[in-house]
Design a protein around this ligand. Structure first.
Ligand code: FAD
Length: 621
């Protein structure tokens, strides 16, 4: 800190500034309120809060903290202070500010020169004045064939229009590649109608549904933008700022638990598409990639079909394929195996989706403050939760000695004010997830409640080989469909009944799931060691959230697609498959992401890796 020569320059970061709820304008306000200025003054021991100019401060993060260990719930801020904006203060105060350099424990100097913009401005800035060399089939892919390249620009097929495919397309197109984005599903406008037909008339379009279509699995979702890959990393910031560029509200950059909701994602995706089209990307919806064209152990194209089977198949030659198909494209895993592409089974998690009345979760989390929630319009956010632990499955309850005696269990993808939705892609399989709109105003709160499973579990059901995890998922999705008995009806059980292993037969609590629920004994779904682990985790979570076990809580079966059951090994730097040249597996389906933001970041980084391979990459990026 003392190295900063001019004491009236620089940006300083203040964190953990806690503003009581009554002193804060509320969850949607991300400016500098009087209440926040008072906390800043206290933190830097500045005598008169009202003398601090609000313009010297910008809010970097705002979270709501209602943990029971606090005396009262608070909004917790991280704020950047621009010291140069304090120079007009009277001399006495200037002396005070100069003393700040000694308060090392409170203030961190921020390294300047971090990512300041969205991806588009970063790339354009870096390319300005660069002599960008583009060459077809250069780098590792120089196989002498033209592959249909346009001019001297490499021709790249991006397969999948979810977050990873969109961000890969964006980077590659901004860097000058000739990009074709192929998406088996429909654009958001038509996809919305297909989802409507599913929810209202039970018509499942196998290629346009909650998993497939523009924006990928994350479109009709909760749109949570939380990530475990480092919220403040340059890549995450660039991805978030890119979302803002396409219409996400600015507060996602500040909010401790940023959230969009489906209603905001849909227009954002339309803007994203428009931008890609303006860059010259050929965006092909209703176009399913069925196969790779491989010559000399290198991908030189893809075989396409019109996903509604109205046009004849087509061969599309290109220099590289970015495979961003998500983890529900099980046909693609099978196809990759036929080309001897390495696939490695990966651990994931299975369980149920638990749903409570939102009011109950508000009461558990906020006590007397629960009335402030007001269906998403109030001062404090609709309450959520996140619980995790490790449970033992010993005590003679295990069905096989070969499975682990301890398992991680956790809540996942919690959707406050949301609804349970059908994420099946095949009518004979039933799996569910959760979504919400931006206000999170529904009267239910749902979350996945899952325990981890691994190769040993797959083997207990005699599933072996690279796709053992996929078979394991499919087994329980089929069982759930049979238990529901008919068109997408979901088997459910009261939490209290599940714990007692009984059916009460009395009327069930209401469910947000629109296609109907049917009471069933969910003990009949999973092997007993998994059921046991789920029972224990519910009891454990009830200790943390007293009231979680409730007559009003309903378990829905089955939650299986928590993350990819497979990983496609690739180079750490090149992002290229280790077993097939020209193939770049990215995103969740390839086992490298688990959520909207991490998938976007993976696609973005893969885009840069491919661009580097084709010499499209300015040296200083
Ligand atoms: P995907 O989003 O799955 O996209 C893959 C795309 O590839 C799809 O559009 C698919 O149609 C297309 N495709 C597949 N096969 C082919 C083919 N052969 N040819 C052409 N196209 C193909 N994550 C969060 O971070 N926050 C949330 O709130 C959240 N909520 C969710 C709610 C639901 C209902 C679901 C299902 C998921 C949710 N997720 C959430 C998870 C998140 O959506 C995924 O992690 C993320 O979308 C993965 O991105 P991706 O690009 O890797 O794959």
């Amino acid at each position: 800190l003392r190295e900063v020569e001019n004491k009236f320059e620089g940006i300083w970061r203040l964190s953990k500034l806690a503003v009581p709820v009554q002193d804060d304008p509320g969850k949607d306000f991300t400016g500098v309120s009087d209440g926040l200025l008072r906390e800043i003054a206290k933190a830097i021991k500045f005598p008169v809060a009202s003398m601090l100019p609000a313009e010297a401060f910008s809010v970097i993060r705002k979270s709501f903290d209602a943990r029971k260990i606090l005396k009262e719930p608070k909004f917790v801020y991280t704020v950047d202070m621009d010291v140069s904006k304090l120079v007009d203060l009277e001399p006495r105060t200037q002396d005070f500010i100069s003393d700040l350099t000694l308060r090392v424990g409170l203030i961190d100097h921020i390294t300047q020169g971090r990512v300041t913009g969205d991806l588009i401005s970063i790339i354009r800035h870096a390319r300005k004045g660069e002599e960008v060399q583009a060459s077809s089939g250069s780098g590792d892919h120089d196989n002498g064939s033209s592959n249909g390249s346009s001019g001297d620009r490499p021709r790249i097929a991006v397969v999948g229009g979810g977050p990873s495919g969109l961000f890969a397309s964006l980077v590659l197109a901004e860097l000058g590649a000739d990009v074709t984005l192929m998406e088996r599903g429909q654009p958001v406008e038509q996809r919305g109608r297909d989802i409507g037909a599913l929810v209202v008339r039970r018509i499942l379009e196998s290629e346009s549904n909650f998993c497939f279509g523009e924006g990928g699995a994350g479109t009709w979702s909760d749109g949570k933008l939380v990530t475990r890959i480092g919220r403040n990393s340059d890549s995450v910031l660039a991805a978030m700022k890119t979302l803002v560029h396409f219409g996400a509200p600015n507060n996602i950059l500040v909010d401790g638990k940023p959230h969009l909701g489906t209603d905001r994602l849909v227009p954002l995706l339309r803007h994203f598409r428009q931008h890609l089209l303006e860059l010259g990307v050929s965006v092909r919806f209703g176009t399913r990639v069925d196969d790779l064209i491989v010559e000399n152990n290198c991908v030189v194209g893809v075989e396409l079909s019109d996903s509604r089977n109205q046009l004849p198949p087509e061969r599309f030659r290109c220099d590289a394929v970015v495979l961003a198909v998500g983890h529900s494209a099980r046909d693609i895993y099978q196809m990759l195996l036929s080309h001897n592409v390495d696939l490695v089974p990966k651990d994931f998690a299975v369980g149920f989706r638990i749903e409570h009345p939102q009011v109950l979760i508000n009461n558990i989390q906020y006590s007397s403050l629960a009335t402030e929630v007001q269906s998403g319009r109030g001062k404090v956010p609709v309450a959520d939760y996140k619980v995790a632990g490790v449970v033992s499955t010993e005590n003679g309850d295990i069905s096989s000695n070969s499975v682990p005696s301890e398992r991680s269990c956790y809540s996942f993808c919690m959707c406050p004010g949301g609804q349970v939705v059908l994420t099946s892609t095949n009518p004979k399989e039933l799996c569910i997830n959760g979504m919400s709109f931006s206000r999170r105003a529904s009267k239910w709160a749902n979350a996945a409640l899952v325990v981890n499973v691994s190769k040993q579990d797959f083997e207990t059901l005699s599933f072996h080989g690279p796709l053992a995890g996929v078979e394991f998922q499919r087994e329980f999705e089929r069982r759930a469909a049979l238990m529901g008995e008919q068109d997408f009806v979901v088997p459910v059980q009261r939490v209290t009944d599940f714990l007692d292993n009984k059916l009460s037969g009395t009327s069930l609590p209401s469910s947000s799931y629109r296609l109907g629920v049917k009471e069933a004994n969910l003990h009949e779904l999973f092997p007993s060691h998994i059921t046991q682990a789920l029972k224990r985790s519910i009891s454990m979570f009830n200790q943390e959230l007293p009231g979680f076990i409730s007559e009003e809580a309903l378990l829905h079966g089955v939650e299986t697609r928590t993350s990819s059951p497979v990983q496609i090994p690739r180079g750490d730097v090149s992002y290229e498959s280790l077993s097939l040249k020209g193939l770049y597996p990215v995103g969740e389906g390839a086992g490298y992401a688990g959520g909207i933001v991490s998938a976007a970041v993976d696609g973005m980084q893969a885009g840069f890796a491919v661009a580097k391979n084709f010499c499209l990459f300015p040296e200083d990026m």
